[in-house]
Design a protein around this ligand. Structure first.
Ligand code: GSH
Length: 229
C-alpha cells in the first residue's frame, strides 16, 4: 500500500507540481493519477475524492484523503519525520513554514499575470508594476533566508526543503516569462530548473499530448527554455 497522488496537467498545474515534488524530492513513494482538468472529466475524476475540489489531493495508504498543499506538506512531515521535509533547525523551520505559507497565500499579481506554462519561454513579456512588486518581495524573502539559513546553498535553507517546493513553480514562471531578477534570485531559479525532479516533471509534461489552453497562452513569440531539458 502506498500513497495515491492526484494531479492535473504537468505543463500547467503549478499546485500539482508542488504536490508531486513533496513526494518525489523526499523519497516518499506515491502512485500518481492525472485528473482531466481541461478534458471535461474533472468533476467525475474528483468525485471519489470528495470533499476535495482541487488538485493536488493525496490519499494516504490508510485511505484518508487530504487536499490543500500546505495540509499535505504538514501531514507528510508528521508521518515521515526522517524524510527532512522541513529544515531540522527550529529557527530555519519557522522561517521555512512562513515562506511556504506566504507563497501559498500571496503573490497574486505574479500568479495571475504569469500562469505557469512549462512549454513556453515567452519573449518580450512586459511585467506590470504589481508583478515587479511581487518579484521584489520574493527577492527580499529569498535573500534573507539565504543570508540566515542558506549556508552554501543552492537551496533557501541549504538542503532542499518544503520551502523550495513551494517556490519551484515561481522559478518556472521567472524562466518562462523572462522576468527580471538579480543574480542571487537568478541562481536560485537556475537551481530549480536544473533539479532532476523538476526536469523530469517538465519532460513528462512535454511528452504528453496537451491542449494549448488559452488561459496559459500569450500573443508573444517564444524561444528556447532557459534551462536544461
Ligand atoms: N490552495 C490550493 C490550490 C490548488 C489549485 O488551485 N489547483 C488548481 C489546479 S493548479 C485546480 O484544482 N483547479 C480546478 C478548480 O479550481 O476547479 C492548494 O494549495 O492545493
Amino acid at each position: 500500500m502506498t500513497y495515491d497522488l492526484f494531479i492535473a496537467d504537468k505543463t500547467y498545474s503549478s499546485w500539482s507540481l508542488r504536490g508531486w515534488l513533496m513526494f518525489e524530492n523526499f523519497g516518499i513513494p506515491a502512485k500518481t493519477h492525472e485528473v482531466g482538468l481541461y478534458s471535461g472529466t474533472f468533476a467525475q475524476d474528483m468525485s471519489p475524492l470528495a470533499p476535495a475540489r482541487q488538485v493536488p489531493v493525496m490519499r494516504t495508504p490508510e485511505g484518508e484523503v487530504v487536499g490543500e498543499t500546505l495540509a499535505m506538506a504538514e501531514t507528510l512531515h508528521e508521518r515521515h519525520p526522517e524524510a527532512g521535509l522541513w529544515p531540522a533547525d527550529p529557527a530555519a523551520r519557522m522561517r521555512a513554514r512562513w515562506l511556504a505559507s506566504e507563497m501559498h497565500a500571496g503573490f497574486t499579481a505574479l500568479r495571475s499575470a504569469c500562469p505557469m506554462n512549462l512549454a513556453r519561454a515567452w519573449q518580450g513579456f512586459q511585467p506590470s508594476q504589481a508583478v515587479l512588486n511581487d518579484l521584489a518581495r520574493l527577492e527580499t524573502i529569498w535573500a534573507d533566508a539565504f543570508a540566515r539559513f542558506g549556508g552554501d546553498g543552492p537551496w533557501l535553507f541549504g538542503r532542499y526543503s518544503l520551502a523550495d517546493v513551494f517556490f519551484a513553480p515561481v522559478a518556472g514562471r521567472v524562466a518562462g516569462y523572462g522576468l527580471p531578477v538579480g543574480p542571487q534570485a537568478a541562481a536560485y531559479v537556475a537551481a530549480h530548473l536544473a533539479d532532476p525532479a523538476f526536469r523530469r516533471w517538465r519532460a513528462e509534461g512535454l511528452a504528453q499530448p496537451y491542449v494549448e489552453h488559452p488561459d496559459y497562452m500569450l500573443d508573444l513569440p517564444h524561444g528556447d527554455w532557459p534551462g536544461p531539458a
